[in-house]
Design a binder for this molecule. Structure first.
Ligand code: GLV
Ligand code: MN
Ligand code: MN
Length: 404
């Protein structure tokens, strides 16, 4: 089957009738169905599939005489943002499976082991930390931080892992596995629109913006919407509104070279009654910029504005860093080598985080991007044409043939 056929096969899994698009979150029904699908599909291609200590899936193809490490690793993730597109993550996985099938059909003789990987909780949509599987594997996130996580329904990560065959006591840095990874090449749908204006279907990644997530909790006093005088209110929603305006302002007012972007995409209002003044608002800041210190400056500006907004309204605010990822520069030599295989393609930076970015600190790492005609991602309108998906598989196959 081709990558496009695989995408059609899994399209019905995790469709979200309320938000539109797909909602596939770590080890929920949809994610489990996708992981089962991956396991069966990879086994049918003759690969050995295993789940590692951090809930990542690995499908191995070894040379005829047995494993040769360090291996070439490709793949991506199958989980999504809430109401996300069909390609962010799955395109890299199905393209990897298709590429392996083509290499096998071509009689490619492997010189080193090759693995297709599915990283767990890349979007952090369920437990809040993006790239959790690769961050645990590499030790970037300590196991105790992960084990303290709960989802929005109050389920603990430790319980969810245990129910799905992952021993919570065993999660964390996996040096043996890391030592088996020679390099990683992740194919991904383009996020943003840099290839279409150049009339180019495929690009290679250069850098990832520094980025992170912060949870702001604004506490006020719950009360009656009809009987509470305006001048005695302590309404955290009002403070949150001022804070959100300040988030945009902080990004707009940052130096242009910082390429700053700051977003609030998620808000919880407690108790959430139309006729009740809220007692608490939680909102999440996603801040990104060219340099680590640019992100820190953004967060400092937002924190100051949130504190002023809270004080003005008689509320209190706390700011908690959930994750921070330093700027990533992909491996120049590997990228140059792949560019040689591909005959010269655009090199493009990205503002999106990736597991290959987490791994880049530990092993040579590169990314291939497949043109996204409108540039939309993290939304149902995310697309790539069938022709470009095919071009992506051809490019990935050629790269893997060269590397392995
Ligand atoms: C992942 O896609 C991210 O950049 O948030
Ligand atoms: Mn994403
Ligand atoms: Mn992704």
């Amino acid at each position: 089957m081709t990558a496009l056929q695989y995408l059609r096969e899994i399209d019905g899994i995790g469709r979200d009738p309320v938000r539109g698009g797909h909602s596939r979150h770590l080890l929920d029904d949809a994610d489990r169905a996708l992981r089962d699908w991956f396991t069966t599909t990879a086994k049918n291609l003759g690969l050995d599939v295993e789940q590692d200590r951090n809930a990542n899936l690995w499908a191995w193809w070894h040379p005829a005489d047995g494993p040769v490490y360090p291996a070439v690793v490709t793949g991506s993730h199958l989980d999504s943002v809430p109401g996300g597109g069909a390609l962010d993550g799955p395109l890299g996985v199905v393209s990897a499976l298709d590429a392996v099938a083509r290499l096998k059909a071509d009689g490619h003789v492997l010189e080193r082991s090759l693995a297709v990987v599915v990283f767990a909780e890349e979007e952090g949509a369920r437990f809040g930390i993006a790239c959790l599987g690769s961050r645990l594997l590499t030790g970037v996130t300590p196991p105790e931080t992960a084990l303290a996580l709960t989802d929005s329904a109050g389920h603990r990560l430790r319980d969810v892992l245990a129910e799905n065959g992952v021993d919570p006591a065993g999660i964390g840095p996996d040096q043996d596995r890391l030592a088996r990874i020679g390099l990683i090449l992740e194919l991904h749908v383009e996020q943003g629109r840099q290839l279409a204006p150049r009339d180019e279907p495929i690009g290679l990644a250069t850098t990832i913006l520094a980025h992170g997530r912060w949870k702001l909790t604004i506490t006020g006093r719950g009360d009656h919407a009809g009987s509470t005088e305006l001048d005695s209110r302590r309404d955290p929603v009002v403070a949150a509104a001022d804070t959100i305006k300040a988030v945009r302002r902080a990004a707009v007012e940052a130096p242009a070279a910082a390429k700053a972007r700051a977003t609030v995409g998620r808000i919880n209002v407690t108790p959430g009654g139309t006729n009740a003044i809220a007692s608490r608002v939680e909102l999440w800041l996603d801040a990104r910029a060219e340099k680590d210190h640019d992100v820190r400056d953004l967060v400092a500006a937002v924190t100051g504005a949130a504190e002023r907004a809270a004080t003005d309204e008689g509320c209190a605010v706390t700011v908690h860093e959930e994750s921070f990822s330093t700027r990533v520069a992909f491996d120049a030599a590997l990228t140059e080598r792949l560019d040689g295989v591909l005959g010269g393609v655009p090199r493009i930076p990205t503002g999106a985080g990736h597991d290959a970015g987490v791994l880049a600190e530990f092993v040579p790492s590169a990314m291939l991007f497949v043109r996204n005609p409108e540039g939309v991602s993290h939304a149902p309108a995310e697309t790539a044409s069938p022709e470009d998906i095919e071009r992506g598989v051809v490019a990935l196959t050629a790269c893997l043939a060269e590397l392995a």
